[in-house]
Design a protein around this ligand. Sequence first.
Ligand code: NDP
Ligand code: A1CAB
Length: 275
Amino acid sequence: MIKEKTLRIGFIGCGKMAQALAKGFIASGITRSENIIGSSPRIDSMFIEEFSAIGCSTTHENAQVVEQADVIIVATKPPLVPKVLTEINPVVNSDNLIVSIAMGIPLINLEQMLPRKTRVIRVMPNTPVLVRSGASVFSCGTSTRSEDATLTKRLFTAVGLCEEVPEVLIDACTGLSGSGPAYMYIAMEALADGGVKMGIPRDLAYKLSAQTLIGAAKMVLETGRHPGALKDDVCSPAGSTIQAVYFLEKSGFRSSLMEAVQAATLKSKQTGRKE
Ligand SMILES: NC(=O)C1=CN([C@@H]2O[C@H](COP(=O)(O)OP(=O)(O)OC[C@H]3O[C@@H](n4cnc5c(N)ncnc54)[C@H](OP(=O)(O)O)[C@@H]3O)[C@@H](O)[C@H]2O)C=CC1
Ligand SMILES: O=C(O)[C@@H]1CCC=N1
């Protein structure tokens, strides 16, 4: 069993998601910055600079990440995954746990691009891992051991919620929680715009809209009550909220969100068929 704090984590690709995870892991204490390494081939990569600024090692050689880490997180854009897995294939061995966070790429494809019996896990995290409030799901490949699932759960729970799911659900989870922060930022911006339209200063409007989303989310998670019942508590008879709710229903607010999740899910599934 690998001990916390000495866990060596490598990132192939050290862009936005890799940095969010690295910062979240360091803040959680599950490992230290000196035990994290990230790669990007470009000599003038801005991401490489940002990654070293948080105290992590960097390299332009993907193979070096595999040689220096216990857990290797594949964090390049999906179309680059076949290229980077083919590149690291000769140095991957049975001590490595390969964790792919790439949107849409199924475990079977990942396993086919790596040596036989490589331990592979597919994770779909989201950017709030940066502030340890992420929502991640994962599925295990055919050669993983039970301790690989335990380690993955421990790592991603250190930066938020983490659930193991059947792989068939990962594209849908990508559409809901992987992409979901973007939908909520749009909602927050629009709420704040509405507030500004009604005379609230911009700074206060952003604070109020963000805190309102945090508060509503905590109410669902901490009370265990149905979101519909919590909504009913806010809607006084003949009050202001029900006027707004009527307007949202008429404008297709619910179906817009449902279709957004569906569109992102289908895009993720399509990506898997292409790679
Ligand atoms: N952003 C998000 O919210 C989420 C993203 N994901 C997944 O995470 C992955 C990364 O996304 P994101 O962080 O947003 O993307 P970024 O573009 O921010 O990061 C990609 C990184 O890959 C590097 N890179 C490019 N070519 C190579 C190569 N040949 N070998 C190694 N590294 C390379 C880039 O380096 P450089 O540009 O410096 O050349 C960059 O550091 C994607 O597969 C995405 O589906 C999953 C969940 C959420
Ligand atoms: O938009 C994307 O492709 C990635 C996957 C989930 C969130 N961002």
